[in-house]
Design a protein around this ligand. Structure first.
Ligand SMILES: Nc1ncnc2c1ncn2[C@@H]1O[C@H](COP(=O)(O)OP(=O)(O)OP(=O)(O)O)[C@@H](O)[C@H]1O
Length: 541
């Protein structure tokens, strides 16, 4: 079963639902027996009726509150589980997960808010229905057998309708995932779309319109199927009432004095029958959501590392050297790979990594920082081999990737507003004229260059030993780029920072201690710049 309530909670829920339903049925029994059958109309009976009513109200309230708490805990558990599984994923595997699908699942989880309503009304209606049927049998067994036969035919019909709806609802969810993907393209690629009427027409007028049109049609079909179910349910009930009132006495299935209490009881449980029918709509949707969440988490769990396997993180603040021994990597989905690398990187070195597009610079950095698991070879930190599961090694690095992500918050221990160093760094990366002291930058948008400078501030505030920059300077203007190479890098170097930067700015190569060149995933040159003031001396190309 998809919902796994704890046993104790399930028992207490059934108990509460049973009690509150029994009290509801007692009300019916009381009115039927005292007013209709015994004609006993008195203040005492009114008083007893009100007492039962108050108890019913209190029990129902307690029951509903319990359901609300349990269901919301269940939703929270599902949300946290998905977040935890994502947090434990490997980079390479997480990159395979489509963002649209993720947002679709988030929507599925949100949709679970109907669970309290579904469980509480479902349980109460089911118990009321069962109790009502027992009472009907008590009034007339033969008529109740016909009634049960009627219900059995309806349940069969509903199963059929539900199967159709399950399919339609699943299709609707997949269609919604596509919708999120298109929306992401529309917002993320807005500039490109503004430049191309063809793109805009295709995405907005065609894809998005078709998607929404299809979504609307699916919703209409789902609603129509439910409508058929609802109409069959309510008119079937009227048919049954007609048969009991007019046909059963003629056929001798029921004595005339039983007809009125029987019809009142039937009308009473018709409420729970109608509720059970309309709850099917929600039940199908919740079922589809739970099924999708389950398969998504199972898929992600299979990709995730077991957190218990990860070594305890405590900040590694320093190192002497990192050796890469025959380190290689291969993408499973492409021919490209990093050829075995043998390299020693010493603390304090400034290393520039160069190479043509697609030569493997970024891939190398990810393997080097242990974000991708190396296919072969090993990383050795100060003489000790580093495992992929070793979180501690990763703590050595601050990195700004080519497609840097500017976090809405920095998630570190310091408070930016009261941090003196933050304000110094704002000046240092020349953002002080753009960002005011103490300004909340979470809702602002920045140019690529500015956002990378802000990322640099956050990276430096982390105070890690190694700063990794993937084409960081490429998005900066010439003045700032000059300042970056000629002043910022030497200053960071003088502070003992190890800098590894992917760059194409050959005029500034002299500011590195060492230039490493990649070609087709292989290191083809590894040159120290000392005493080589010009590019010709460096002979790197
Ligand atoms: N996730 C991936 N799956 C499969 N192949 C990939 C993946 N990421 C990159 N590649 C391939 O690996 C090769 C090297 O890419 P990489 O980004 O490492 O090169 P790069 O030198 O950093 O290039 P650039 O200067 O253009 O950023 C390319 O052929 C690229 O298509």
């Amino acid at each position: 079963m998809l919902i796994s309530f704890k046993r104790k909670e399930a028992i207490s829920l059934i108990l509460y639902a049973t009690l509150s339903s029994i009290l509801g049925l007692t009300l019916l029994y009381y009115i039927n027996t005292s007013v209709i059958i015994n004609m006993d109309i008195s203040y005492e009976n009114l008083f007893s009726f009100i007492v039962i009513l108050v108890y019913t109200f209190i029990f129902h309230k307690i029951f509903q509150e319990k359901i609300i708490t349990i269901s919301n805990n269940f939703i929270l558990e599902k949300e946290m589980h998905i977040i935890e599984v994502i947090g434990n994923s490997n980079l390479k595997d997480l990159e395979k997960i489509n963002e649209g699908r993720l947002y679709g699942i988030v929507e599925d989880i949100r949709g679970l808010v109907f669970i309290p309503y579904l469980v509480s009304n479902g349980l109460t209606s089911a118990i009321l229905f069962l109790g009502g049927v027992i009472y009907l049998f008590h009034l007339s067994a033969s008529s109740s057998l016909v009634f049960i036969l009627f219900i059995a035919v309806f349940v069969g019909l509903y199963q059929l309708l539900n199967r159709i709806n399950l399919k339609l609802t699943e299709e609707s969810r997949i269609n919604n995932e596509k919708y999120f993907q298109y929306l992401r393209d529309l917002i993320g690629g807005f500039k490109e779309i503004l430049l191309s009427q063809k793109k805009k027409k295709k995405l907005v007028d065609q894809k998005l319109f078709e998607n929404r049109e299809h979504g609307k049609n699916l919703e209409i079909r789902v609603s129509n199927v439910f409508l058929i179910g609802n109409l069959l349910g309510s008119y079937g009930l009227w048919l049954l009432l007609g048969l009991i009132s007019f046909l059963f006495p003629i056929l001798g299935l029921m004595s005339s004095e039983k007809i009125v209490p029987y019809i009142i009881a039937l009308l009473f449980i018709s409420g729970s029958i109608t509720a059970l029918i309309s709850l099917q709509n929600y039940a199908v949707k919740q079922y589809v959501s739970l099924k999708r969440i389950k398969s998504f988490t199972e898929e992600l769990s299979a990709l995730s590392s077991d957190p218990s396997q990860l070594t305890q993180t405590h900040l590694t603040t320093d190192f002497k050297n990192i050796q890469l021994k025959d380190l290689s990597f291969k993408y499973p989905t492409s021919e490209f790979g990093i050829k075995p690398i043998n390299l020693t990187i010493n603390k304090g070195e400034t290393i520039f990594i160069i190479g043509g597009n697609g030569s493997g610079k970024s891939t190398f950095l990810k393997v080097f920082m242990n974000l991708y698991r190396a296919s072969k070879g090993k990383i050795v930190l100060d003489g000790k081999p580093v495992l992929f599961e070793d979180n501690q090694y990763r703590e050595l690095f601050s990195a700004i990737f080519t497609n840097n992500h500017l976090f809405s918050e920095h998630y570190e221990d310091y408070d930016v507003k009261t941090n003196k160093e933050y304000n110094v760094l704002l000046k240092k990366v020349k953002l002080d004229s753009i960002i005011e002291e103490n300004e909340d930058v979470s809702n602002r948008s920045f140019s690529k260059g500015q956002s990378k400078r802000l990322s640099m501030i956050y990276a430096l505030l982390e105070q890690r030993s190694i700063l990794v920059l993937d084409e960081w300077a490429a998005d900066q203007d010439p003045h700032f780029r000059k300042y970056f190479y000629e002043e910022l890098i030497p200053e960071l170097k003088s502070q003992g920072k190890t800098i590894i930067a992917v760059t194409h700015d050959d005029v500034y190569f002299k500011y590195a201690d060492r230039v490493i060149k990649f070609e087709y995933g292989k290191i083809v040159k590894d040159v120290y710049t000392k005493d080589k003031p010009t590019l010709v001396d460096l002979n790197i190309w």
